[in-house]
Write a protein that binds this ligand. Structure first.
Ligand code: SAH
Length: 382
């Protein structure tokens, strides 16, 4: 795993894999088999200090402390939407703000996780793209999000599914993503089933292959268009990896027999919501084990893009379904707290203090659609 060293010279122990912790422990004169205990303390118990690792010899704990530290995200704010969606605003050690969103549903609670601060992909319709890429998140920062959400919320909100659909392009950060996913899937760590973890991408073709070779997680592709020209207009990455190449890669991706690739399709009125688009999309999906997730655009004051009327979305879905394509419509969640798709990072203009952050977040909500303070609770957990 990539090693992260803090200014004081100590290494982020949570960015080490289990074999690396074994090597570290033996290097410090500890017993190799204790590594598993340390790993569980970190990822299952979520300890914040070495002193809590009571079954590790005191001398070894002291040595660990000398060379390593246990990283955490600082909780800046937790907002709860009227629909039960929770948005977590975190601060990294170097002062960046990132977000995770927990979306409770009838039978599942999905956590939407960030993988970068900002994003370099510059999709024209997405607000996170406005930030540009500030930096990649480390494995520990990607994995601390579910760990710390688990700590904050009670059993009602037990995380059942994880989607890498927060800020950032996960596959642009694949060197940190794969070690992070190993922590997610590790039985001795976060212990999520690979069936419940989804990585969403704009379509970085070589990295999709690399991910599929490394781990059996689900893949979602943000397609959002039905012709090369149309996709190039809104997703600059299409210039590097044309849609044709992307779909060809999807056809041959080594998926488990039971898996399908999810294609996310953000519907923008008058742009990609015509029946001709529906027909082309159905054709593009031929020969791919796919399911399509239609996402009516979440309108916002920063873009002159409209969500298509429900009837248009329904007709589009109907065309796909009657042509043998599995297609669902994503229900918008957490819009009142700027937690919906494409809204993350919006409440993160470069501000210096936590107080400023809160004020900015409130201002942005006020400027947005009909802000009404009574509609959500603003729990401050600093
Ligand atoms: N970079 C990855 C992970 C982010 S997922 C990816 O693009 O797949 C975020 C999803 O939200 C993407 O499918 C994106 O197309 C969608 N999205 C962005 N802005 C949106 C908006 N305003 N309304 C609805 N969906 C949006």
């Amino acid at each position: 795993m990539p090693i992260f060293t803090r200014a004081d010279g100590r290494i982020d122990l949570k960015s080490l894999s289990l074999p690396e912790i074994e090597a570290a422990l033996t290097g410090l004169g500890g017993e190799r088999f204790r590594a598993l205990q340390v790993y569980k303390w970190l990822w299952q118990r979520g300890v914040r200090s070495f002193d809590e690792m009571t079954n590790v010899a005191k001398a070894v704990r002291a040595k660990l402390e000398e060379h390593y530290y246990i990283s955490f995200l600082e909780v800046v704010a937790v907002q709860k939407s009227i629909d039960g969606t929770h948005k977590f605003l975190w601060q990294t050690e170097d002062g960046h703000k990132i977000e995770s969103v927990l979306i409770p549903d009838d039978e599942r609670n999905t956590l939407c996780v960030s993988t970068q601060v900002g994003c370099a992909m510059a999709c024209t319709f997405c607000l996170t793209g406005d930030l540009g890429l500030r930096r990649h998140l480390r494995p520990s920062e990607i994995a601390n999000q579910p760990l710390q959400v688990r700590e904050k919320l009670d059993a009602t909100y037990r995380i059942t599914n994880v989607v890498m659909m927060g800020m950032g392009e996960p596959l642009h950060n694949i060197d940190n993503l794969i070690p992070a996913l190993e922590i997610y899937l590790g039985e001795q760590a976060l212990n999520f089933s690979h069936r419940k973890v989804t990585v969403s991408t704009v379509g970085l073709v070589p990295q999709m292959q690399r991910l599929a070779d490394a781990l059996p997680v689900n893949v979602a592709v943000s397609l959002n268009a039905t012709t090369e020209e149309q996709r190039r207009q809104v997703m600059p990455i299409t210039r590097k990896y044309p849609m044709e190449e992307l779909l060809a890669a999807c056809r041959t991706l080594p998926l488990k027999a039971t898996k399908r690739i999810t294609f996310e399709y953000v519907m923008m009125a008058g742009f990609n919501d015509s029946m001709a688009d529906a027909q082309r999309l159905a054709k593009l999906m031929r020969g791919i084990k796919s399911k399509v997730n239609l996402i009516p655009y979440n309108e916002n004051p920063d873009r002159d893009i409209k969500r298509p009327p429900d009837a248009v979305v329904k007709a589009f879905q109907h065309h796909l379904v009657t042509h043998g394509i599995q297609a669902s419509v994503r229900v918008t969640r957490g819009r009142d707290i700027s937690a919906a798709c494409g809204q993350l990072g919006k409440a993160d203009p470069t501000k210096s203090t936590v107080e400023d952050e809160k004020i900015a977040a409130i201002r942005i909500r006020r400027e947005g659609e009909g802000y009404d303070a009574s509609r959500f609770a603003f729990d401050d957990i600093v």
